[in-house]
Design a protein. Sequence first.
Length: 176
Amino acid sequence: MNGAREDGLFGGSGSSVLMKIIIIVLSLYFIGIEIVQLKKSGWSYLHDKWNFLNFTSYSFNLAILLVYISGTDYDTLNLAYASSFACFIMWGQVFYWMRLFEKTSFYVKMIIETMYDIRYFLIMLLVCVATFANAILILDLAQNRAAESQLEEGSEEYARVINEATGNNIVDALLN
């Protein structure tokens, strides 16, 4: 736990405080719009992937900001992971908003249709990438454990460490 770097909402420079307040107000405003639309449309509102993306993005960003300014201890790395995911979602929204402009809407629609048409290829590509990523992960785990133990290659202990690292399946390799 690295803890908050600033003292809550009003910690930091004046511009930092102003930005935090603006972001909170705008996040609450946009979440309010999404809630009004949700009330009007019911749960079918969330069936549209773009509405779901908007609601998720606004909620996620507000939650991250509230954790950051709350002044409580938090894990900086986990907050960085969450912020990275929130940033990715926001760029997805920018992609969606590009449909509003006549010159870019054609390209946005074309990219969406192309991704839909090659979805089975993308699934196969993901499986291939995961295959090699898992093999490299297992080799890296084995090498790191052997290096941590400072074992000589070829010894019985070295073989045991490698067997532990490789496990019987993907889950064992990831959990060890």
